[in-house]
Design a protein around this ligand. Structure first.
Ligand SMILES: Nc1ncnc2c1ncn2[C@@H]1O[C@H](COP(=O)(O)OP(=O)(O)O)[C@@H](O)[C@H]1O
Ligand SMILES: [Mg+2]
Length: 277
């Protein structure tokens, strides 16, 4: 009997425009929470400039995406297992950014990831800060985009700028918004509404959805210090409960149509759409 072909994979890009808003925190904890829900989850650190997924999880990568892209190792050499059975593709800080990858390197990346034999339910991609082509292309190639925003003028402005290009230039139809580091649900809701008002002009092209709010939480900081995801270290904390709720919602999102939804197609889309730069 031939092995079953891997089925469709839901791909979720975590983005936000600005640095320091909680993208990596959400990506890591969302992935672990999905793992806890029994979803076979791959977490890809696509922030080659400021990689920190492995640090947040206390993992010691043997090799990273940088070595893989350079053709010095295979996907099986870089995959590491995180909490609750999630698989992690770590990046490496201080290396070249995706911006400097050649087409050949991208093709290599796609081929390598296509050879991944693990059946997956969901791929969570932690993107870099900024509006560079790499971030935009990862968002465009993903089935769902989750944008993290916090209540600071710079975060709202950057979120606006990102939504604008995703809507106008990348044909992204829908963005899920997570309000992070808020005081409570009301503050999260009003932050979301603020963003909706700012983006009014694009709302014909793109729909925004308030996916949830994560409170500012000292338990989360403590978990970061312990290099553990807060959903595991302090599952009853306010931030862990909020992230678990978000994970439960994303777990209900529809998988793509079988056949064109595999993880290899995610990378194929990255390639054909002018690839992360
Ligand atoms: N809900 C929260 N409560 C408290 N601290 C948070 C929260 N979310 C993120 N942080 C902290 O904010 C900082 C930036 O988070 P990070 O996830 O690295 O942001 P990004 O990936 O967007 O640059 C980290 O020190 C992180 O621990
Ligand atoms: Mg980050």
């Amino acid at each position: 009997m031939p092995a079953a072909r891997p089925g469709p994979v839901r791909t979720i890009a975590i983005t936000g425009g600005k640095g320091g808003v909680g993208k990596s925190t959400l990506a890591v904890n969302l992935a672990v929470a999905l793992g806890g829900l029994g979803q076979r989850t791959l977490l890809l650190d696509a922030d080659l400039g400021l990689a920190n997924v492995d640090v947040l999880l206390g993992l010691q990568p043997r090799a990273t995406l940088a070595e893989l892209i350079a053709g010095r190792c295979g996907i099986e050499d870089i995959l590491i297992e995180g909490p609750d059975g999630i698989l992690v593709v770590p990046a490496a800080s201080g290396r070249r950014s995706m911006a400097q990858l050649s087409t050949a390197e991208h093709i290599g990346l796609v081929n390598v990831v296509s050879s991944l034999e693990n059946a997956l339910d969901v791929l969570v991609v932690d993107t870099a800060a900024g509006l560079n082509d790499s971030v935009l292309t990862f968002c465009q190639a993903s089935q769902e985009v989750v944008l993290v925003v916090c209540d600071e003028p710079a975060s709202i402005t950057d979120a606006y700028a990102l939504i604008k290009v995703l809507a106008r230039e990348r044909g992204v139809a829908r963005v899920h918004v997570v309000a992070n580091m808020v005081r409570d649900g009301n503050e999260g809701r009003s932050l979301y509404n603020k963003l909706v008002r700012v983006c009014e002009r694009f709302l014909a092209d793109i729909s925004l959805n308030h996916l949830g709010s994560i409170p500012h939480d000292d338990w989360l900081r403590l978990a970061v210090q312990r290099q553990q995801p807060v959903v595991k270290a302090y599952p009853a904390s306010p931030s862990a409960r909020a992230i678990s709720e978000i994970a439960a919602q994303t777990a209900r999102w529809q998988a793509p149509i079988a056949g064109r939804g595999g993880v290899e197609f995610f990378f194929e889309r990255l390639l054909t759409r002018g690839v992360p730069a």
